[in-house]
Design a binder for this molecule. Structure first.
Ligand code: SF4
Length: 235
């Protein structure tokens, strides 16, 4: 074709090389930052305090843009392919914390994964409202449910699996949500709930897997108790 002169082809070639180089650079920078955020406690918070939420939003944009290739690269190198999920979840938590802490306890719900239950759990599931703890005290869901009652939360729901978060939010219409999940589910869940305009906070499981997982109760309680006070954390 005549309009594709040699100069135009050369420009397209240069532009393609620039795009590829830019993508490689973004993946490289994103992975380094994700690694630091995962390894250095408080790093993401310091970034927030020093550079404002704008810096974290840019960071989140990088994480979301490099998500699939970066997971493949980390996996190929034998690293933790959940690193970007963990870092992105931390950043989302920080960005949504202030808004979440303004939601009264009575308008919040907690969603816990069914894998946190004891294998001896006798509760039964309903596809619409999940399951409710029956109080046998054999797993940490009991403590979380009790804490939620003590603070006056709207409810605690045991999620039977994917798709439940959407259903329960549609049914209960909470003002705020706390989710407990593995790093991958957490990152996706925070994104899904916040996209609906609902302030959300997540706590990542200490151990992942399909049965008898574990969570840091102190961390769960700390998040459940968040209320308005951390005004200076978000700018
Ligand atoms: S404490 Fe509740 S959720 Fe845990 S095993 Fe007992 S009934 Fe099931």
């Amino acid at each position: 074709m005549e309009f594709l002169t040699q100069e135009i082809l050369a420009d397209i070639g240069l532009l393609s090389i620039a795009l590829i180089a830019g993508s490689i650079l973004a993946i490289f920078i994103g992975l380094i930052l994700a690694y630091i955020i995962c390894k250095k406690k408080g790093f993401a918070e310091r970034l927030h305090i020093t550079f404002s939420s704008f810096a974290l939003r840019i960071l989140l944009l990088i994480f979301d843009s490099i998500y699939i290739p970066s997971k493949r690269i980390v996996s190929l190198l034998g690293g933790d392919d959940l690193m970007v999920d963990k870092a992105a979840a931390k950043v989302r938590n920080i960005l949504l914390r202030r808004e979440f802490s303004r939601v009264p306890y009575s308008d919040r719900i907690v969603i816990v994964p069914q894998c946190l239950r004891s294998l001896e759990c006798k509760t039964s599931f309903n596809s619409e409202i999940g399951a409710q703890c029956m109080g046998c005290r054999k797993c940490k869901i009991f403590d979380i449910t009790e804490k939620a009652k003590e603070l006056g939360y709207k409810g605690t729901y045991i999620a039977p699996g994917g798709g439940f978060v959407k259903r329960i939010i549609k049914k209960v219409r909470p003002g705020g949500v706390i989710g407990i999940a593995c790093a991958y589910e957490m990152n996706m869940g925070l994104l899904e709930v916040s996209n609906q305009g609902i302030p959300v906070q997540g706590v990542t499981l200490l151990t992942s897997g399909c049965v008898e997982t574990d969570v840091d109760l102190e961390e769960v309680f700390r998040v459940m108790e968040l209320i308005e006070e951390d005004k200076d954390e978000s700018r």
